[in-house]
Design a protein around this ligand. Structure first.
Ligand code: ZN
Length: 167
């Protein structure tokens, strides 16, 4: 499902992660090393996530660091595919966390209207239903089903259509 999740964890040590005051509707963004003086890849997260359980920030970081890796390794993916990969890495993180963190995440994401927070909730719902449908052990079944649904979600999201200019 997520071939480069281990790479993502590995990459974390080289990235500066910072909170910044930004519009409520924004979740975060990346500042690649070539565009800043320090030569370090930076991930900025909306400062309002500081008041939420750490698992929420971790989710956003998983998404944004995916984009850093995509830039760094120049994966041959189009804009939509890049977003799908970022959500699948979030799904992988969701797979790894326990029920307590899953509930905390859902509760926190409920408070935010931005498309990424809404997508986190949607991704979590798809994950739960696919795992239920396929059985937890049947990794291939649920990960394929998850990928299919996440792809549909990104394609039908107005925010990502705008960002990727597909229409
Ligand atoms: Zn993204």
């Amino acid at each position: 499902m997520s071939d480069f999740y281990p790479l993502l964890v590995e990459e974390l040590q080289y990235i500066d992660i910072l909170y910044e005051d930004m519009e409520g509707s924004k979740e975060g963004y990346i500042l690649p090393s070539q565009f800043n003086k320090t030569g370090t890849n930076k991930v900025y997260l909306n400062a309002h996530f500081q008041n939420e359980p750490p698992v929420f920030s971790a989710m956003v970081i998983a998404h944004e660091v995916t984009h850093i890796l995509q830039l760094k390794n120049a994966y041959a993916l189009d804009c939509i595919e890049k977003e799908v990969a970022a959500f699948l890495n979030q799904a992988y993180l969701y797979f790894l966390i326990d029920d307590k963190d899953r509930n905390a995440l859902d509760e926190a994401a409920l408070k935010f209207e931005d498309p990424s927070s809404q997508s986190i909730r949607f991704m979590a719902k798809i994950f739960d239903s696919k795992v239920k449908e396929c059985g937890k052990e049947n990794w291939q079944c649920w990960s394929e089903g998850l990928k299919e649904e996440v792809t549909k979600m990104v394609y039908s999201s107005e925010a990502y259509q705008k960002q990727c200019r597909t229409n």
